[in-house]
Design a protein around this ligand. Structure first.
Ligand code: HEM
Length: 120
């Protein structure tokens, strides 16, 4: 089996650094999306980011469209919110010198859930 990007980047340790940067330096500073995270407590926020990044990189936690629709129910996320998060994911991975083809793979993975997450 092909090695996942998650393992390639060094598993949990690297992932938590990516999460930290992605969330604190990019997502929380972006006024177009940070409002969604203000309402959830810090523990849930961190859990969210870890799950999000882990999913994007093919880590152990994988989701179905059904569970994603439920997790984002009532948020009415718009395509621009989704796209902003995807851009931050790109920039966070680039910051840690992940190659563009590897980043593309992660962004593609995340894009497969778009329809299950927006407009819920
Ligand atoms: C592929 C993309 C995404 C994945 C895989 C994902 C994953 C998840 C998961 C697993 C949960 C449940 C967390 C838990 O309670 O354990 C969740 C909730 C949530 N998601 Fe996402 N998410 C994605 C995109 C987004 C986007 C684009 C936004 C907003 C801009 C967003 C904002 C939230 C918020 C605010 C919650 C609720 C957190 C809480 O429980 O307080 N998500 N997401």
């Amino acid at each position: 089996m092909e090695q996942t990007l998650y393992d390639k980047l060094g598993g949990e340790e690297t992932i938590s650094k990516v999460v930290e940067y992605f969330y604190h330096e990019l997502v929380l500073k972006d006024e177009t999306v940070n409002v969604f995270f203000e309402r959830s407590d810090m523990e849930n926020q961190i859990r969210h980011q870890e799950k999000f990044i882990s999913f994007a990189l093919g880590g152990p936690k994988q989701y179905s469209g059904k569970s994603m629709a439920k997790a984002h129910e009532g948020m009415n996320l718009q395509p621009e919110h989704f796209d902003a998060i995807v851009k931050h994911l790109h920039d966070a991975l680039a910051h840690f010198e992940v190659s563009e083809p590897d980043i593309d793979q992660a962004l593609f993975k995340v894009a497969t859930l778009k329809d299950d997450i927006i407009y819920k």
